[in-house]
Design a protein around this ligand. Structure first.
Ligand SMILES: C[S@@+](CC[C@H](N)C(=O)[O-])C[C@H]1O[C@@H](n2cnc3c(N)ncnc32)[C@H](O)[C@@H]1O
Length: 362
């Protein structure tokens, strides 16, 4: 799967009029990098990730442990500065900015929520670069509801900010995509990718969501390859029969379609995830109660392990990500991560744009 480095070929590619340096590895920077889902996918797609930023202590610890060669700036994004933090110019800027305020399940306060307003740090930082040094492509990741929320006003705000910063950007440059449909990961997780192209580098936005992937990545396997029921899990992963949720979950499992499915605890009920899929993994799945995914094995009812959750998010589950970190934090970081399989796919699409293979009429 790994194909790198991407040979950036600015001599082909129609109207992409970038650097005169004809062959070099494409570079990327990651804002809101978390534990590094986006960064990992981009590296797998052939990019060199030059720098990354997040302000969360645990996210930074995990990121640095996994990707030690990336320059990681641990600070509030509102204090991040091209000049003071010596951020080199990059070809692609990735930003999976906080989504709680745009999510249907969240506050829906959009840019009025301070977490939603962090989006504006992206154009603010980009505009610190001189126009010809700004990233050629910006790839934003968030929840699909951002497109429609507040009667389209949220999306309008994103569009205006990116255009003001010197980018081609419109609704047609957005891709709403489900992990289960385009990767080999059996997770039902719908996300929105928004790709903006620099007006300095392109004469139009060359990104277009694929109508049909040619099947290369999209073979949704069953959860059986991801959930290990043959081995006993850690003791603390099992629900004791006197736990207040045990009866609820046990009942749902015995009444459900199959107890080989994953069952997720919602606020006041248990939901069976059918079709051999894993439900959307969320940041709060590790703190008990809401959204915790449970499975049944020969030893009882247990939550998915860190390794299983990592694999379902596209990380190599054999890594030791989080030395000495509280387990709830580990689940939070994994639930927050951009799915590596999606990041790799979008990275490959951008790599094709850079190498001139994806240029279409605007
Ligand atoms: C959805 S997660 C990002 C996941 C990540 N992009 C990835 O590739 O896996 C959003 C991230 O924004 C970070 N964040 C929130 N507020 C921030 C701030 N003020 N400054 C920097 N990072 C912030 C959070 O710590 C969290 O890691």
């Amino acid at each position: 799967m790994t194909e790198f480095p991407i040979a950036l070929d600015f001599t082909t590619g129609g109207s992409h009029q970038g650097s005169t340096d004809s062959k070099r590895q494409a570079s990327a920077g990651c804002m809101f990098c978390g534990m590094g889902g986006f960064a990992t996918g981009l590296i797998q797609a052939g990019f060199a990730v030059d720098w990354a930023n997040d302000n969360d202590e645990f996210a930074c610890r995990a990121f640095q442990h996994r990707l030690p060669s990336v320059q990681l700036i641990e600070k509030d994004v509102r204090e991040l500065s091209v000049g003071n933090d010596c951020l080199p110019t990059v070809d692609l800027l990735a930003a999976g900015f906080p989504c709680q305020s745009f999510s249907q399940a969240g506050s829906r306060r959009g840019f009025d929520d301070p977490r939603g307003a962090l989006f504006y740090e992206i154009p603010r930082l980009i505009e610190e670069y001189r126009p010809q040094e700004r990233p050629s492509l910006i790839v934003l990741e968030n929840v699909p509801h951002l497109l429609y929320g507040a009667d389209g006003r949220w999306f309008d705000q994103v569009r205006r900010a990116l255009r003001r910063a010197g980018y081609w950007f419109r609704e047609e440059s957005c891709w709403t995509v489900n992990v289960k449909d385009v990767t080999n990961l059996p997770q039902d997780r719908e996300r929105l990718f928004m790709v903006a192209a620099s007006r300095e580098q392109f004469s139009f936005n060359p990104f277009a969501p694929p109508e049909l992937l040619n099947g290369s990545e999209a073979v949704t396997p069953s959860i059986d390859g991801f959930v290990d029921r043959k081995r006993r899990g850690d003791n603390d992963a099992y629900l004791p029969p006197d736990n207040r949720y045990y009866k609820m979950i046990d009942k749902a499992m015995s009444e459900g379609e199959s107890d080989a499915n994953i069952y997720q605890l919602r606020r006041s009920y248990v939901r069976e995830k059918k079709e051999n899929l894993c439900p959307t993994l969320t940041a709060n799945m590790g703190i008990g109660g809401h959204n915790v995914p449970f499975v049944k094995d020969a030893w009882g009812i247990r939550r998915l392990s860190i390794t299983e959750v990592a694999r379902l998010q596209g990380f190599d589950g054999s890594e030791e990500f989080f030395p000495g970190m509280p387990v709830a934090e580990q689940y939070r970081l994994l639930g927050n991560a951009v799915c590596v399989g999606l990041a790799r796919l979008i990275g490959k699409m951008c790599a094709d744009i850079f190498s001139g293979e994806a240029v279409r009429d605007g």
